[in-house]
Design a protein around this ligand. Structure first.
Ligand code: FAD
Length: 394
């Protein structure tokens, strides 16, 4: 036990729950508040490996991750009528990452973490958010939106890219946001009859890319990424905004979007990174997307969220109650790794979505080469598959 009093974590997402578990296992007493009324049932599909895998292994969670089963045998890049021009067995991806790889939906990962936190007796309050933070010499006074108040030794903002803790402590998000020129929208489709088979499929066209992931009998997750200038899109217009962006799209894109029964996407946001000069102020610190959002283009935001939480808990132990030293050490260890991945993702954003100038034959050559069995392990290394936990004695 290193924290002299209760710790408050805002956000029961990937970073927040990982931190709660680690603190509880060290003997501390974290409370987690989560704005959503309950755990999510649906969410987007993610690749899980690298630093995230290493943390999950140390937490004893890889067994659970390996039991997740989706009917996905291959990753295919397909043309406008669904014919694959690059086809990669998932076993090849697993081999390139020494077997430390799974497809995981965000709600799966959150549920696995939640079940561990609950089993450890972590207090979780759903449907609650922080409305005010006032730092005192020995603690932080916190007010919540249900009119309750509390006194906490430390406060952790693990409340994602639009963090409320960050806004209260550091000010408006616009100071830290770096828009990468595109949008992302994710959908969950029940009861479809689209011909996706047992393949994760990627279909790209100028200024738009679609990803399709079969989940089982007639169920599908789809993610759409498209290039557009930043504008305000109210929730009730999000679906039509994405439908317009994919009007005339090949393969199943346009058909899928026009058949959407839900009034809004499951997830909708700009592709925006967060870079903030300091992650901590006094007794409050940030973790995960709240301080270092990479965007999906890095393919490792969840890995880094878990790694950050794990290292933060560890540094609090190492400095035995000296939170200022622990926060400084955590930031010094994580920030360069985040900054490097953000730069890579921002550079990748320029080529990830084809433009009208892109040459399809050249893209196909590059994609085919990157997924060649001899090249793939090196491609993953170049894209940050190396775990940050390997960097020192962490
Ligand atoms: C479409 C898509 C695909 C992605 N693919 C991958 C991938 O392949 N691999 C990968 O590693 N990463 C991927 N990512 C990134 C990854 O999902 C994030 O980096 C990761 O979820 C960050 O974890 P987090 O805990 O910081 O934030 P989140 O997972 O966003 O969790 C934040 C939590 O805080 C809660 N919250 C928000 N505001 C408040 C508030 N004011 N008070 C209380 N609670 C609040 C939210 O409800 C949520 O539960 C992808 C992201 C997207 C959008």
């Amino acid at each position: 036990m290193a924290i002299d009093g209760r710790a408050l974590i805002s956000g029961a997402g990937i970073a927040g729950l990982t931190l709660a578990i680690c603190l509880k296992e060290y003997g501390d007493d974290p409370v987690v508040v989560e704005r959503s009324p309950a755990l999510p049932d649906e969410g987007y599909m993610m690749d899980f490996y690298g630093s995230g895998w290493d943390v999950a292994q140390r937490m004893g969670l890889t067994g659970k991750l390996r039991t997740l089963r989706y009917p996905i045998d291959k990753l295919q890049f397909v043309n406008s009528d669904g014919k694959p021009y690059t086809s990669v067995p998932i076993s090849r991806i697993k081999r390139a990452l020494d077997g430390k790889y799974v497809y995981v939906r965000r709600p799966d990962l959150v549920r696995i973490l939640y079940e561990r936190a609950e089993a450890l007796g972590v207090e979780l309050r759903f449907g609650t958010e922080i409305t005010d933070l006032r730092e005192q010499e020995t603690h932080v006074d916190v007010a919540f939106d249900d009119d309750s108040e509390g006194e906490f030794a430390l406060v952790f903002g693990a409340d994602g890219v639009h963090s409320g803790v960050r806004r209260l402590m550091f000010g408006d998000e616009s100071q830290f946001a770096r828009f990468l020129g595109a949008y992302v929208a994710a959908f969950h489709i029940e009861d479809h009859d689209l011909p996706v088979g047992r393949f994760a499929q990627i279909h790209e066209e100028p200024n738009r890319v679609a990803f399709y992931y079969p989940l089982g009998e007639r169920k599908l997750d789809a993610t759409f990424v498209f290039r557009l200038d930043e504008v305000d899109v109210p929730p009730e217009q999000q679906l039509s905004f994405v439908q317009r962006a994919f009007k005339g799209a090949g393969w199943i894109g346009e058909a899928l979007l026009s058949s959407c029964k839900e009034s809004a996407p499951l997830y909708f946001d700009t592709l925006t990174q967060i870079a903030i000069p300091r992650w901590s102020r006094g007794r409050v610190t940030l973790l995960g997307d709240a301080c270092g959002c990479l965007t999906l283009l890095a393919g490792q935001g969840s890995h880094m969220a878990m790694a950050g939480a794990y290292i933060l808990a560890q540094e609090l132990q190492r400095y035995d109650g000296n939170h200022a030293a622990a926060f400084a050490s955590y930031e010094a260890m994580m920030k360069p790794a985040i900054a490097e991945r953000q730069e890579d993702a921002a550079a990748f954003a320029k080529v990830f979505i084809p433009t009208t100038q892109s040459k399809p034959w050249l893209r196909r050559l590059v994609i085919g080469t990157a997924f060649n069995p001899l090249v793939l392990p090196f491609a993953f290394k170049a894209f940050g598959a190396r775990s940050v936990l390997e960097d020192d004695e962490v």
